[in-house]
Design a protein around this ligand. Structure first.
Ligand SMILES: Nc1ncnc2c1ncn2[C@@H]1O[C@H](COP(=O)(O)OP(=O)(O)O)[C@@H](O)[C@H]1O
Ligand SMILES: [Mg+2]
Length: 154
């Protein structure tokens, strides 16, 4: 599957949701990413879980920036926001089922499952998801996928 056109199509409704909330929306996806063998619905769900968090946890006038690229035998998709961020002591737990952070608990919508599902879907593809945090300056999540499925099957 050609990743770049799929990604642009997948991002369109999220751009609308972000702009509706008054967030700036930046996308920088090179047109020449490798073809990937993946379950588009599942990876779309994983990406959507991460982007919906970025929208939820970023107050109006903030920014969401999405980049993608290729590194060695992997492709990455990065979602950065300028929102409330994640306290360092909570970062190790946010991928656990039903875990909601201190900020997460302030939002009635959500059960703390989004990131654990996203992680499982990435792992099922031989990939992974990572969080980086700049306290007070938002959150960054990176989804990694093997550029070739046989990279992890062999
Ligand atoms: N972009 C983000 N900015 C700040 N906190 C986040 C972000 N994404 C996730 N979190 C934190 O991680 C927790 C787990 O996320 P998730 O599994 O999607 O659950 P939910 O959004 O239902 O609370 C959230 O409760 C929140 O504390
Ligand atoms: Mg969520």
């Amino acid at each position: 599957m050609a990743l770049s056109p799929w990604l642009m199509q997948e991002l369109a409704p999220w751009r609308e949701a972000a702009q509706h909330k008054g967030l700036r929306w930046q996308v920088n996806v090179p047109s020449a990413l490798p073809e990937l063998t993946l379950d588009a619905d599942r990876i779309g769900q994983a990406l959507g879980n991460v982007i919906s968090n970025a929208i939820k946890y970023t107050p109006a006038n903030g920014e969401i920036a999405i980049d993608a690229g290729e590194e060695k035998a992997e492709v990455w998709i990065r979602v950065r926001d300028t929102g409330v961020g994640i306290p360092p002591e909570e970062q190790a737990r946010i991928f656990e089922p039903f875990y909601r952070g201190t900020t997460g608990r302030r939002f009635p919508q959500g059960m703390g499952l989004g990131l654990s599902i996203a992680r499982d879907l990435l792992v099922a593809h031989g990939g992974r998801i990572e969080v980086e945090n700049t306290p007070g300056a938002g959150s960054t999540f990176t989804l990694w996928l093997p550029a070739r499925l046989d990279y992890w099957q062999n």
